[in-house]
Design a protein. Structure first.
Ligand SMILES: [Zn+2]
Length: 572
């Protein structure tokens, strides 16, 4: 698959200047980044590209498509935190939600639109006036904004979901794009389930959408059905047969049902797509979306073949991945490419020898490039506030004085429990602090003690304080100390449910490592996730369970009504 057509880097939409591609740029210089030859620093936002490289627009949909993965719903402050991290990462477009889906989605998009600078903010809409107006109302205060309208085009969706004939689909698509263009200069149109749509009909819909004013044309593989070659052929067909396609940015949006989302996205880029839609850690419905970090690092590492570039600051990939994993409670598998714990681990002796002689023997990327730290032991008991601040800044966390005071206090407490403080420990303190600070608490843990052992009956005694400052105490037996603790909390708070998941992970290495406890509880009002961090796993379990109890008391379900609503409405 050769990349014949060269295009200029697209400019990202400000008001009155939608994303456009135009003309033919010159040749491509043969200067991929190699180990030891650092990438030129990219400053600011917008259409920054390396000489001779086409710019690929990175469209992040972690907050919309990613949030549709079961149990991944985020509250408003968590969404804002993730959006800020995405802006720092350097993505070009943030799809912040589906404004018409629920008041919660609307509010989140509006808050992000009002508070964030840098990337264009986008909202998904069906092709109807109500959805498009909701998107516009949520987006209108953003410095850069985009309305994304979609309509299914495949026979199975036409016949069984929409019950519309082809002519009706074309009419609605045109109407939707026109309505969106009345509000916004930057309009993306998606042909839902494009990968299973007849090519001729797909070309017709795309051409009409371009005529109606769409500035980006997205060709989604909504159900993850395509193969790299078939997907590239679909895009190639459109490029050949659609009048006016050179005026718009072609976008790819791939799902991972066959494990091919990234491969398909890159196959699209190789035939001229200049926008990739993706999510952090590849989260999304079912098997997920194409993973942002994998696409970005493939583009960077194989620039010799792909000959394109993104504006992503790759050294922010790992911290952003950690944040999304912490906020959603969805862990990243150890062997996940780019951001998994083992992605850069070399344990076999033969590899280590090769690595010491020459790094490139077994390493095609440097861990530092994606934000993994090489340093292991960083701080300890005698480290001061300044050293902590410096280390956090190096990890990419800029805290104000009040936040730093809080993290420093927690750091000192941790130093008493743990000799060696690693980067991951610091990161966990900061992220947990941000997540917990986001919510109010109905119940606080005051005291806890447990007994367990061979031949004794496990028991827990616990004291909690409510918001009015009243103290409650309870003692319970159980199958084990954790079970006894959870029962005691249930008795005091009166909140019970079915425990669906309970996991403990070690944040770093060593016997005194902090454990992160994540649990999921099914309650009549919804599914709730809680998490906590502690060097003591029983205390961590109590705190994680209290986190859930507090969410229930304050009604912050994980599998929120808005995800359900989105699923009902259909999606790209
Ligand atoms: Zn999708």
């Amino acid at each position: 698959m050769s990349n014949e057509r060269r295009i200029e880097p697209p400019s990202i939409c400000a008001v009155g200047s939608p994303v456009t591609v135009s003309g033919n740029s010159g040749t491509v210089s043969d200067s991929p980044h190699r180990d030891g030859a650092p990438a030129p620093e990219r400053k600011g936002r917008g259409p920054v590209s390396e000489p001779g490289h086409d710019r690929v627009v990175v469209f992040d949909t972690t907050l919309r498509d990613g949030e549709q993965s079961p149990g991944a719903s985020m509250n408003l402050s968590q969404k804002l935190r993730v959006a800020k991290a995405l802006a720092e990462l350097g993505v070009d477009v943030i799809e912040a939600g589906f404004a018409a889906a629920s008041p919660g989605d609307f509010e989140a998009i509006q808050a992000i639109a009002r508070q964030l600078e840098g990337p264009a903010i986008c909202s998904l809409s069906r092709c109807n006036r109500g959805d498009i107006e909701a998107s516009w109302n949520a987006l209108k205060d953003a410095p850069k904004k985009r309305i994304h309208v979609f309509l299914a085009t495949s026979p199975i969706h036409r016949d069984f979901k929409l019950k519309m004939a082809k002519e009706e689909i074309v009419r609605r698509a045109v109407e939707g794009v026109k309505l969106a263009r009345e509000k916004c200069e930057d309009v993306e149109f998606s042909t839902e389930d494009a990968a299973r749509t007849e090519l001729e009909f797909l070309a017709e819909v795309v051409e009409r959408a371009i005529d109606a004013g769409a500035t980006t044309l997205n060709i989604p593989d909504t159900v993850g059905y395509a193969l790299p070659q078939t997907y590239a052929e679909t895009l190639g067909y459109l490029k050949k047969h659609v009048r006016g396609i050179d005026r718009v940015v072609i976008s790819v949006h791939c799902h991972n049902d066959l494990g091919l989302a990234v491969a398909n996205s890159l196959a699209g880029v190789m035939v001229g797509a200049r926008q990739v839609e993706c999510t952090i850690n590849g989260i999304g419905e079912r098997a997920g979306n194409a993973s942002l970090e994998e696409i970005v690092m493939a583009i960077k590492t194989r620039a010799d073949v792909l000959r394109v570039a993104t504006g992503v600051k790759t050294e922010r990939l790992y911290p952003t991945s950690r944040l999304v994993s912490q906020v959603t409670g969805i862990n990243v598998q150890r062997n996940k490419a780019i951001v998994g714990q083992n992605a850069f681990a070399h344990e076999a002796g033969i590899h280590q020898h090769g690595m010491l002689t020459h790094r490139e023997t077994y390493e095609i990327m440097r861990p530092e490039e994606v934000g993994f730290s090489r340093s292991s032991l960083v701080l300890g008991k005698h480290s001061g506030r300044h050293a902590l601040k410096e280390r956090l800044a190096a990890l990419g966390y800029k805290l104000d004085d009040a936040q730093l005071d809080k993290v420093f206090a927690e750091f000192k407490v941790l130093c008493d429990k743990k000799k060696e403080i690693y980067d991951a420990d610091l990161e966990a303190l900061v992220i947990h602090g941000q997540i917990l600070a986001a919510g109010q608490r109905a119940w606080e843990l005051e005291a806890l003690s447990t007994t367990s052992g061979t031949g004794t009956l496990p028991a827990a005694s616990i004291a909690l304080r409510n918001r009015q400052g009243e103290r409650f105490q309870e003692a319970c037996g159980g199958d084990g100390p954790v079970d006894a603790v959870l029962k005691a909390i249930e008795r005091i708070t009166g909140i019970t449910g079915k425990l669906r998941d309970y996991q403990i992970h070690s944040v770093t290495v060593g016997e005194d490592a902090q454990g992160e406890v994540v649990l999921e509880l099914e309650h009549p009002t919804g599914v709730y996730r809680g998490r906590a961090l502690s060097t003591d796993i029983i205390e961590g379990s109590a705190r994680a369970y209290l986190d859930v109890v507090n969410r229930i008391a304050l009604k912050e379900p994980a599998a929120s009504a808005q995800s359900e609503a989105v699923r009902e409405l259909g999606t790209v």
